[in-house]
Design a binder for this molecule. Structure first.
Ligand code: AMP
Length: 410
């Protein structure tokens, strides 16, 4: 089905083709006509499904079709869980709306940066606000934003909004919105709390169940490389050079490791920056922008970068440190192979992390060979997997075992 059959205006179709979207993703094909008809939407959708354009395109069109009597009154509110997602969604809406005959003002607001510049930006109003809940409430409390004219509300990644503890902020925001409005609800998962929230917000919604990626399952090749911990930075340098990687996202366990590895790479004249939660928001935004614009080759990140961040054409993700949980692994490797491209997810595994890696493999239903790179063969190799003793968990000493061992002086 082509985009032209969905009822979108020529200005929006022009923006779609400027972004090289050839045909609508499943969620776009289902959501665009429904939203244009004014329906509420309840969509089960992951990042990577094309959900941003699925709500942005029809809502931009509705905004243009029904100009507000009062200019610059917030009519579309998009709530998102994180700053990164706010910036990303704001950017996509701006890009999709750029050819509209009447320019719309978009304000993107999130915490962690000074509120003053956001208050200045909101002076004189805005047509669209993309916000994280906490900062939006702060702005509302300062009378910097008025939400009584909102005609459409989008909850993006509703499950994560609740996971991050925004339930109370959400209900305070909802109380500021008119009851008569269109609501679009997107979530990757539907635990009871998310279902209850959806039920309270939506009126006879159209249900949409979208696959995770625009072109079916993501095409991510997963590989494991055996290496001793002390040689990982050298091996990383070697792999970057040997494979000519242009853009690599490397995950580490701590902020300290992110700083240290980035530092070592820079000393080897590889353009690298750390990315972690203790950098200022300005710095984080700058690092991502530089990475996307190919001014940076390597970003060394903690798990703050494992969710929600969308970098088109990211061919390689590398786990320098293994993630703590299988969920984090899935999120990390999901940064590559987006929008139908293929991706490579490499993991460094050592004798010490072998058992943990097996656990990840088991959940991923994988059994990968432990590859070795010439010149970086590990000196310590993990013993082969013992015959099933009830899984990895059973092989680890329990808390009680450790206490007993400590008590006996072992
Ligand atoms: P999202 O799920 O909104 O985070 O989008 C994931 C990625 O898919 C983004 O890089 C979008 O720019 C891209 N995308 C969205 N719609 C399409 C489309 N119809 N065709 C190709 N790529 C798309």
């Amino acid at each position: 089905m082509p985009f032209t059959s969905l009822g979108l205006s020529p200005a929006l179709l022009r923006a779609v083709s400027a972004r090289d979207y050839l045909s609508p993703t499943a969620i776009q094909a289902a959501s665009i006509p429904a939203v244009l008809q004014g329906r509420d939407v309840l969509a089960s959708a992951q990042t990577g499904s094309g959900k941003t354009a699925a709500f942005a395109l029809p809502l931009l069109q509705l905004l243009q079709q029904a100009p507000s009597e009062k200019p610059r009154r917030v009519r579309l509110l998009v709530l998102v869980p994180t700053r990164e997602l706010a910036a990303q969604v704001g950017e996509e809406i701006r890009s999709l709306g750029q050819h509209l005959p009447q320019a719309l003002k978009i304000a993107v607001v999130f915490g962690g940066v000074s509120i003053n510049s956001q208050m200045m930006h909101l002076r004189g109003g805005a047509d669209i606000v993309v916000a994280t809940p906490g900062r939006l409430l702060d702005l509302a409390d300062h009378n910097a934003v008025v939400l009584s004219g909102v005609a459409a509300l989008v909850l993006d990644e509703a499950d994560r909004l609740l996971d991050l503890g925004f339930a109370e902020e959400l209900s305070r925001i909802l109380a500021l919105l008119p009851a008569q409005r269109q609501t679009l609800f997107f979530s990757a998962t539907f635990p009871p709390a998310v279902q209850a929230l959806a039920q309270g917000l939506l009126r006879e919604p159209v249900h949409i169940d979208a696959p995770a990626e625009p072109e079916g399952e993501p095409d991510i090749m997963q590989r494991a490389i055996a290496v001793d911990p002390g040689r990982r930075t050298q091996l990383l340098r070697h792999l970057i050079g040997q494979n000519g990687w242009r853009r690599v996202l490397v995950f580490v366990a701590t902020k300290h490791a992110a700083e240290m590895v980035a530092d070592k790479l820079r000393k080897a004249r590889i353009n690298a920056e750390p990315f972690h939660g203790e950098l200022s928001q300005g710095k984080r935004t700058q690092v991502l922008a530089d990475f996307k614009a190919s001014r940076l080759k390597v970003v060394i990140a903690t798990d703050v970068a494992s969710r929600g961040i969308d970098i088109a054409q990211l061919p390689v993700v590398l786990n320098y440190d293994l993630p703590r949980s299988v969920q984090d692994y899935v999120h990390r490797i999901g940064r590559t192979g987006r929008a139908g491209e293929s991706g490579l997810a490499l993991s460094f595994v050592s004798a010490d992390t072998e058992a943990h890696w097996r656990l990840i493999e088991k959940h991923q239903q994988l059994q990968l060979p432990r590859e070795q790179v010439a010149g970086f063969e590990p000196l310590r190799v993990a013993p082969a997997e013992a015959p099933s003793t009830g899984g990895i968990k059973g092989k680890r000493p329990s808390k009680k075992d450790k206490l007993r061992a400590a008590a006996s002086g072992l």
